[in-house]
Design a protein around this ligand. Structure first.
Ligand SMILES: Cc1ncc(COP(=O)(O)O)c(C=O)c1O
Length: 328
């Protein structure tokens, strides 16, 4: 990847015009994410902000619904205001109650949450949400900034057979360089300039260096064995289950909550013992293990890890967690 980045950098890092590489990346992403059209930007914050702005432009509605504990970047649509409301994850009734007013341009949702720890959708939840958004003319934006190409070589919504109106990507698709994307239905995306009236541009958007890194990453990932990653995660979860605490996971991502209860929304996560998690983080750090420093951040396992490392690390962590919980 580094070689490829060097090669592309030699040819120029910015042209203020589309490049062939950008088209290639766009094609790879639209195909694997089942999207009609897509725009490349620099960060997840930009991708979600533009997707929401586009939803407002498309529907003519002003309000935005998000999920409590979800994170979409530091633009104003991420925070509560007279235009931004939130509901708890896994509550179909709450989504239905809000959206029945038909005032909301969109619901932005991480289909499997990763910013309040890992929280997976209950059986049928995403399908019901999709149904309600469709019936109320609310656009469903799947924020796959964490889950896209992590839980499989596609967005998480593809594995759940959900078709959102718009979707957003970042992190993995840039292979460590600033790159993100938003895309979706043809009739919505064609409203973006120059084919439509919706203004969105960016000096560094789709710069060749990031795009080359993204393409190279996707090339590598397309050959990776996600079943192995799933097994590695299961190994970690199995070890952590020895702690007796609550563990939520998805392929390549997991959370340990200092709680005995099932956690299916931000309520459970916020009620877990956050101070104890921090002490757990410190214990791990002192032992040379760098975990997510806060209870609401996800612990990630990657293709670079192996079975032995995962087993040893998580059996140690399970023991430490058990000790902390007992002594509290
Ligand atoms: C789900 C989700 N959406 C959006 C963002 C914002 O992305 P960025 O930090 O690239 O602006 C993040 C960042 O962590 C995220 O986790």
């Amino acid at each position: 990847m580094v070689e490829r980045i060097k090669e592309v950098a030699e040819q120029g890092s910015i042209f203020g015009a589309p490049t062939e590489l950008e088209v290639k990346l766009g094609e790879t992403l639209t195909r694997s994410a089942s999207l009609d059209k897509l725009r490349i930007v620099n960060t997840g914050t930009e991708a979600t902000m533009h997707a929401i702005r586009l939803a407002i432009h498309h529907t003519g509605r002003k309000k935005v619904l998000k999920i409590e504990g979800g994170y979409h970047g530091t633009h104003p649509f991420n925070f509560p205001s007279e235009f931004v409301d939130s509901v708890h994850f896994n509550s179909v009734g709450a989504v239905s109650d809000k959206l029945s007013s038909k005032e909301y341009a969109c619901l932005i949702i991480e289909p499997a949450m990763g910013n309040i720890g890992v929280i997976n959708p209950n059986e049928g939840y995403l399908e019901s949400v999709r149904d309600i958004t469709e019936r109320t003319g609310t656009l469903m934006i799947a924020d796959e900034v964490i889950t896209g190409y992590r839980t499989g070589f596609f967005p998480y919504y593809v594995s759940k057979k959900i078709e959102p109106d718009l979707a957003t990507f970042a992190k993995i698709i840039g292979g460590g360089l600033p790159l993100a994307a938003y895309g979706g239905r043809e009739d919505i995306m064609k409203k973006v300039r120059p084919s439509g009236q919706f203004p969105q541009a960016g000096t560094f958007s789709a710069n060749p260096i990031s795009v080359a890194a993204g393409l190279e990453t996707l090339k590598i990932l397309s050959k990776e064995d996600y079943t192995r990653l799933k097994m590695l995660t299961e190994t970690a979860v199995k070890e952590l289950s020895e702690s007796g605490l609550t563990v939520n996971s998805n392929t390549g991502m997991l959370s340990l909550f200092f709680s005995k209860s099932r956690i299916e929304s931000a309520i459970g996560a916020m009620n877990s013992d956050k101070g104890l998690y921090f002490r757990f983080f410190e214990k791990a750090m002192n032992a040379g293990i760098f975990l997510a420093p806060s209870f609401d951040e996800t612990i990630f396992i990657s293709f670079a890890h192996n079975e032995k490392e995962v087993k040893e690390t998580f059996s140690f962590l399970a023991e430490e967690a058990k000790k902390l919980w007992k002594a509290r």
